[in-house]
Ligand binder design. Sequence first.
Ligand code: SF4
Length: 499
Amino acid sequence: MLVSDDLLLYYQRCDRRAFLDVFGDSGDRDPLDDFLLKLRQDSRCHRQEVLAQYDYHRPHWSGDDWYGATQATLELMEQGVESIYRGVLSAPWLPGVHLLSKPDLLVRHPGSSQFGDWIYVPHDIRFGKRPKLDYQIVGAFHGLVLSLLQGVWPDTTELVLRGRKPHAVDFPKRVPEMQQLLYDCIVTLRGSQTPELFLSRQKCNLCHWYSACHQVAESERHLSLIPGVTPSRYDQLQGMGITSLSSLANAPRSQLKMAFGAEAGNQLAQQAMASYEQQPLLRDGAMTHLLASPGNHWLAAPHPAIEIHFDIEAEPDLDLDFLLGALVIDHRHQSQTYYGFMAKNPEEEGRIWQQFLALMESYPDALIFHFCDYEVKTIQRLARLYKTPKYRYQALVNRCVDIHWWVTHSSILPVESYALKPIARWLGFHWRNPQANGAQCICWYNEWLTDQDPKCLEAILEYNEDDCCATYELKTWLYQFLKPYYLGAIGQDLAMKNG
Ligand code: SF4
């Protein structure tokens, strides 16, 4: 069995992924998407920038010949060269287990090893800014494999981070953790069963087994697809004998409240019921929010003449909001018009902000609907940056209605998550390009900046317009869903006030 640094890295994130990487059918893997490609490219550029500061040697090897690659690396280590880029370290460890590690750099330090009065210390170049625990564990793994070859442990592995000081991995702390993980990983790989899946956005986001796992989860109606079922709650549910959606939906509410607390237990019970019945529900306590929120004017007001749906595309690495998209719905004339204010280069951001502001001010009474709080934060950021007087931007902010806040505080939906895409898809809305998403737009925009291909901008505009339309669709549904409850609550309130 070959256990590599990459395998251990992914094992820490998900045991199933490590297992599938070794035994899965490679035909079931998702293809690399543009966002992942961009991440890899950015990481490669960062690596090249760091490497420019080193005078390194590179061992010659090709393909999967790990033995030959290790021999070539050892030759350079024996010669005592200053640093080695893309060295390969492989060595037997336990019976039947071979370890393989590929630190970005091996840097010569004073010390005593089997080569002479020098040792090597691994350096890993990471695109991230933080010394994440999984990087530190891999750093400790490099130390272990290197110790098997040079006869002595290095003091540390240096993590070379983006825009930060290098981080020296604390070996006394991390090596025992790494060894435990390594044993666990070997046990998993020696087992005959594929580890159980648990889908979570954070963990599965960039995993190439996502579609395959999602298919399995859907067919099993797996509990990880239910919003609010976290890994620790999942374990607790298993312990309570609740292993399926139907058993969760039918569990006594008191049992869930006892296990997870009143609020979370209630919420979980409602969510399970909505998912099981495939029906939306009014969230417990929603009426209190509806009546108390100062922003409920959009529910209270008569049908508006004009409403606006607003969505932004941004490139965080450039600190740039490059597209301000607005869908203007004119109910008087039964028309809808999309405006996409696009900065064709970063210098145009100020211009599109002024254009957007002028459009919003031309409809001074229209409410501005958006999904999540990014749009309001951006209005405030752009106003500060381009010195817009407070009375102008505050007037916009006062008209903003965050539909995500309203959905999550008022209703329970049979969806896997409360992001715009799953909710709008549940309503039957379809994006014209099913592959498009915010991350893909960042890739298209960078492609536009390099190649000036107008198709990239067209694709971004189409996606942004669809996002605005999806927000409109959701707002319309939510209005119809909540209105009867809202009117009922208002009636009750009035009756109580009148005695
Ligand atoms: S999609 Fe998620 S559960 Fe499936 S292998 Fe990848 S990380 Fe693990």
